[in-house]
Design a protein around this ligand. Structure first.
Ligand code: ADP
Ligand code: MG
Length: 481
């Protein structure tokens, strides 16, 4: 019988995240680095590993990683060097990757993550630069493995966390935060499904209360946030059960199998590569001057947590609304543009949080692809704020706008939902309604003031919903009081 309970164990998790940088060209070769091009159309003699070719550092690779380092509170090394990481694989013609080993450019940072109900600081051990390998394609030719070298030499940064994470939920929150930061900085698009953000997870367990870490396994092949969470969860229980059964965790690399929902062994420690790292002789050290640092600091955008606090202070938003609005940089931009265009803060908040977000979800699009301009939406909010349409008509017009990109006023006219505020019209209408309901009018005059609602309702009905309710109220009062 098991004498040890799962609760007696604690997991220790550290993540290694690779982010593909949004530079125009490759890391060390003057050739385009665009995603999704025809195979082997973005290669240069350098990517092919031709003898005699010499690498050249892409300036934006350095600038982007410094941005990331500053945004994650790292110290930036004034001098760092590149290293060769040697291994043999068909998608790596050079036989080595240019990377950084002993002196990464960014070290010793942290980010704060929010998990349900608490905030936690997670250490960043290091962030270094490297180049990607090409891609082996196994499923297009029945006999051969094909190689596409478009990706060979595209710039990556690797962000290594301290083993500070304790649960799969914390790992998920950490990864989400990294994604948010790279997107705010515009250094990476953060798309895990397309592979521009990749994550390896190191997982071990230890008896609760013990300081010494257990033996870890490294998980690979998780191509979504949910898979990272699930794979870590599976692995924690696999290790605990192994230990409970009297076994021992062995250091190995394991692959997450999405269809079977389990991790399985890829290679053991004995089969691990010896990369024979040595300093890259063809590239000079990277020198970061104070001037360069200042220049890049000045370019940093307002990051999500700062923006969130500002939203609460400046627009009196609730914490939760501010979090949702700043989750994505471009949604926050959109919201702020709408506020400045329309001048209506509250109405902008609810329009973005309910209607705009609903459309993004329904159509699976990002805010950048949202079909309506802030000018259009501002017109709509103005129409509503000046009481020319009711709140339900605002909704109708918004939906119609998605089908037909026309001004709110034109749509309101076409849909016949403009509220009537004409005084002569209201005079007639209210008088008719009062004449048609003499008993109620009598009772109202005798003091049954609750009948107000009844009269306003009748006026709205008689106008087919187009009367301005505020005016209806005033006019009923005028004739009855
Ligand atoms: P390697 O280069 O072999 O992958 P590192 O020392 O760079 O090894 O560690 C990689 C990651 O593993 C880091 O994120 C680190 O926090 C994490 N890590 C190290 N030891 C453990 C452990 N015992 N359990 C869980 N994670 C660990
Ligand atoms: Mg590793």
């Amino acid at each position: 019988m098991n004498t040890i309970d799962h609760k007696d164990f604690e997991a220790v998790i550290g993540l290694e995240v690779h982010a593909q940088l949004l530079t125009q060209s490759k890391a060390f070769a003057p050739v385009a680095a665009q995603y999704g091009q025809a195979p082997n159309t973005q290669v240069s003699p350098l990517c092919l590993g031709h003898p005699g070719t010499l690498p050249l550092v892409n300036e934006n690779l350095v600038r982007y990683i410094i941005k990331m380092g500053l945004a994650t509170n790292c110290s930036i090394a004034p001098k760092s060097i590149f290293a060769r990481k040697n291994y043999f694989y068909p998608d790596l013609p050079k036989g080595f990757q240019i990377s950084q080993f002993e002196t990464p450019i960014c070290e010793g940072g942290y980010i704060d993550i929010e998990v349900e109900g608490y905030t936690k600081r997670i250490g960043i051990t290091r962030i270094h630069m490297e180049e990607d390998a090409g891609k082996s394609i196994h499923d297009q030719d029945p006999y051969n493995t094909l190689v596409d070298l478009n990706r060979a030499g595209t710039p990556l940064i690797e962000i290594v966390s301290e083993p500070d994470l304790r649960t799969p939920q914390e790992a998920y929150a950490y990864l989400s935060k990294i994604k948010q930061i790279v997107q705010y900085l515009e250094v990476c698009d953060g798309n895990m499904e397309e592979g521009s953000l990749r994550c390896d997870a190191n997982v071990s367990v230890r008896p609760r209360g013990r300081e010494k870490f257990g033996t870890r396994t490294e998980l690979k092949n998780m191509n979504s946030f949910r898979n990272v969470e699930k794979a870590i969860d599976f692995e924690i229980y696999r290790q605990i059960e192994l230990i409970e059964a009297g076994g021992e965790v062995v250091q190995q690399t394991r692959l997450w199998d999405t269809s079977k929902m389990e991790t399985r062994i890829m290679r053991s420690k004995e089969e691990a590569h010896d990369y024979r790292y040595f300093p890259e002789p063809d590239l000079p050290p990277i020198i970061v001057t104070n001037d360069l640092l200042d220049e890049i600091k000045a370019e940093l955008p307002e990051l999500a947590h700062v923006r969130q606090e500002r939203f609460v202070a400046q627009y009196q938003l609730s914490e939760i609304d501010a979090v949702t609005l700043t989750e994505n940089r471009y949604l926050a931009d959109f919201f702020e543009e709408l506020v400045s265009e329309s001048g209506h803060v509250k109405a902008s908040v609810s329009l973005v949080l309910s209607d705009v977000l609903r459309v993004l979800n329904e159509q699976s699009i990002s805010i950048k692809e949202f079909p309506l301009s802030v000018q259009r939406l501002a017109e709509l909010l103005d129409l509503r704020a000046s009481d020319k349409v009711s709140s339900s008509a605002q909704q109708t017009i918004f939906n119609a706008m998605l089908e037909q990109d026309t001004s709110a006023l034109e749509l309101a006219e076409a849909l016949n939902v403009l509220q009537v505020s004409d005084t002569n019209y209201m005079d007639d209408l209210v008088q008719q309604v009062i004449e048609a309901n003499p008993d109620e009018a009598q009772r109202y005059r005798e003091g049954k003031k609750q009948l107000m609602g009844f009269f306003v309702g009748q006026v709205m009905k008689a106008s087919k919903g187009k009367a301005n309710p505020k005016m209806a109220n005033e006019f009923v009062r005028k004739y009855l009081d």
